[in-house]
Design a protein. Structure first.
Length: 147
């Protein structure tokens, strides 16, 4: 079977089209948006508290986009990661930030993950161990106050 597949690939019968993301497309557009008023409100409250405790963001924030790190149906064929939690600045924009969450909106874990990632919104470029600890500590205390 392996030899047959290799033979067909070499002869051009089997190809893998569109397995890499198109150039120039923002990463967040490949992933499912989270449209939850409760999560948006929680995110805004946690960002306000994180800013009060830790200071203003390193760069101005225009919009924070929430994404479930699961590929949209149109992009299922792409070989890109899923089910991760991460915060990133959108390249070539004036202050947009994306928070990717690796669990579904109805998961109990989403609140902690969202509060954790909000701390990274303040400076997404810092990825050191102490920033992870600070983000986790903030998430624990913020969630304990609310639940």
């Amino acid at each position: 079977m392996l030899l047959a597949t290799l033979f067909l690939m070499v002869n051009g019968c089997v190809t893998f089209h569109d397995t890499e993301p198109p150039a120039g497309v923002a990463w967040h557009s490949f992933y499912e948006p989270i449209d939850s008023p409760a999560l948006r409100s929680f995110m805004e409250a946690s960002l306000q508290e994180a800013t009060a405790l830790l200071g203003d963001p390193s760069e101005p924030i225009m919009e924070v986009k929430l994404r479930r790190s699961r590929k949209r149906p149109a992009w299922r064929h792409l070989r890109i990661a899923e089910d991760f939690s991460l915060t990133e600045r959108v390249p070539n924009t004036s202050g947009d930030v994306v928070i990717y969450l690796g669990v579904d909106a109805d998961s109990d874990e989403i609140w902690f993950l969202l509060a954790h990632e909000v701390v990274h919104v303040l400076n997404p470029a810092v990825k050191d161990w102490y920033m992870e600890g600070l983000a986790s500590y903030f998430a624990i205390t913020f969630c304990e106050e609310r639940f």
